[in-house]
Design a protein around this ligand. Structure first.
Ligand code: NAD
Length: 493
């Protein structure tokens, strides 16, 4: 079994304490790799390497176009090693192989996209009210970036954080989730092969409370970009404030998937099922609150149940599987706990509601696709993020009520709207207080379209051109064009 090291300053090194953590395959329930348990000293070394690479290194001397060139080579290597990387992620988090392959194609495209953007970052020339002066802005790299990622999509998060950061000229220290670190380490080997200079891309694996918090506290880290739970995100935000770090937070959600009576109900049912049972519901954008207009509720629920009953649980490597295991033991316990919570609050179970067992499911932590009816928006199952395959059906009468219920949660990550009325689609997309509205589709992520949350779902935006600005500081330069001294040197204008 492979015991992994840390990747710091272009070298593979052992962690300071020499300890390792188990990486467990959630389908087989067995340890399949071991990752290094980094500590405070490892974080200090990594940040130091990243700081040096930023100021005095081949990276600092490269033109933006050259930086883009290295990033393109890295994207080529992701394509070349795609199958191997996909299998690693499946072993670490139990996501379906077919889905991870698709995601890794987007990871490569994301690196190409930001490689192309590297030499298109421009400042502005600013017209001034002051005579004999000119002003312009430069966009400079913010500095050393700490990227903290969650276990459900490690290389996707690494791409959407690190590609714009490197395009901006920053250097990074990545801390992947302790539950799924191996693909990020393999990616670091590809970064080295692509020619990223030492210190530009570092990986320190380990625990959140050890490596994660040491990175957030480190005074030489200028920016923290975090994907994870809202509770940890708030702690990161508070800690980062002490050293005035810039912070981006991609947190959880309790997203409404809203079905109107004028929708294509077959399409909407497919969107509802994939929106909650895809990735076994372990996605920030899970459409966990299904808001259905009362007039079509009966007909729609039948379609939904028919599709959901056909969902096949099993080996995530098997192309016939629709839903894989829950990724970690604590997450498995949490999902089962919320089944108890929903039933204690009076939700009416239509499907599932238990841990799934049976042939082909022995080693893993499986939960049956579960659907509750009769849910009201004040129940805990309608308000709290589960991160599992549990769907709550909530009824509404009209557009106004759909907006009120849709917005009546602490989160604001995404919303789905199913309608054939373009006017309604426009009105709903304006009224819903979320970062992304998907109309007649769901889970339509793209590295080109800004993504992020409002309210408790986070701060800042990833993806698209906007993401690069999260890694830049604007510097203003104002120059006097006069050669003579002003009449009164103390009255500067
Ligand atoms: P988590 O908050 O437990 O951990 C996220 C990362 O932070 C991990 O690398 C962890 O080791 C680290 N960490 C933990 N404690 C820390 C601390 N005190 N200081 C610094 N770092 C610390 O989240 P998770 O369980 O890995 O992921 C699930 C959560 O992520 C869900 O809530 C989900 O909604 C959210 N998520 C959000 C998005 C998004 O884009 N908005 C995407 C996927 C997942």
């Amino acid at each position: 079994m492979k015991e992994h090291q840390l990747y710091i300053g272009g070298e593979w090194v052992d962690p300071e304490g020499g300890d390792h953590l188990d990486s467990v395959d959630p389908y087989r329930g067995e340890v399949w790799a071991r990752i290094a348990r980094g500590g405070v000293k490892d974080v200090a070394r990594a940040v130091d390497a990243a700081r040096q690479a930023l100021t005095s290194s081949p990276w600092a001397d490269m033109s933006a176009s050259q930086r883009g060139g290295v990033m393109r080579r890295l994207a080529d290597l992701v394509v070349e090693h795609l199958d191997r990387l996909a299998e690693i992620e499946v072993r670490d988090n139990g996501k379906l192989l077919a889905e991870v392959r698709g995601q890794l194609r987007s990871v490569a495209e994301c690196w190409y996209y930001y490689a192309g953007l590297a030499d298109k970052i421009e400042g502005a020339s600013i017209p001034l009210e002051k005579p004999d002066m000119v002003a312009f802005t430069n966009r400079e790299p913010i500095g050393v970036v700490a990227a903290l990622t969650a276990w459900n999509s490690p290389l996707w998060f690494t791409a959407v954080k690190c590609a714009p950061a490197l395009a901006a000229g920053c250097t990074v220290v990545v801390k992947p989730s302790e539950f799924a670190s191996v693909s990020t380490l393999e990616f670091a080997a590809l970064a080295e092969q692509a020619g990223l200079p030492a210190g530009v891309f570092n990986v320190v694996t380990g625990l959140g409370l050890e490596v994660g918090s040491a990175l957030v506290e480190h005074p030489d880290v200028a920016k923290v970009t975090f994907t994870g739970s809202d509770v940890t995100g708030m702690r990161v935000y508070e800690t980062a404030a002490r050293t005035m770090k810039r912070v981006s937070l991609e947190l959880g959600g309790k997203s409404p998937n809203i079905v109107f009576d004028d929708a294509d109900l077959d399409l909407a049912a497919t969107g509802a099922v994939s929106g909650i049972f895809g990735a076994a519901g372990q996605m920030c954008a899970a459409g966990s609150r299904l808001l259905v207009q009362r007039s079509v509720k009966k007909e729609f629920t039948e379609k939904l149940l028919e599709l959901a009953r056909g969902v096949r649980l099993g080996d995530p490597m098997d192309a016939a599987t629709n839903v894989g295991p829950i990724a970690t033991p604590p997450q498995f316990e949490k999902v089962l706990h919320y089944i108890d919570v929903a039933e204690a609050d009076g939700a009416r179970r239509l499907l599932g509601g238990r841990a799934a067992t049976g042939p082909g499911l022995t080693g893993g932590q499986f939960v049956e696709p579960t659907i509750y009816d009769g849910v009201t928006n004040d129940m805990r199952i309608a308000q709290e993020e589960v991160f599992g395959p549990i769907l709550s059906i909530i009824e509404f009468d009209d557009e106004e009520e759909a907006v009120r219920l849709g917005n009546d949660v602490a989160y604001g990550l995404v919303a789905g709207v199913w309608t054939t009325s373009i006017g309604r689609a426009m009105r709903m997309s304006k009224a819903l207080k979320v970062g992304t509205v998907w109309v007649n589709t769901y889970r339509a992520y793209s590295y080109m379209v800004p993504f992020g949350g409002t309210k408790r779902s986070g701060l800042g935006r990833e993806h698209g051109i906007e993401a690069v600005h999260e890694y830049l500081e604007t510097k203003s330069v104002v120059i006097s064009t006069r050669d003579d001294a002003p009449a009164n040197a103390f009255v500067m204008r």
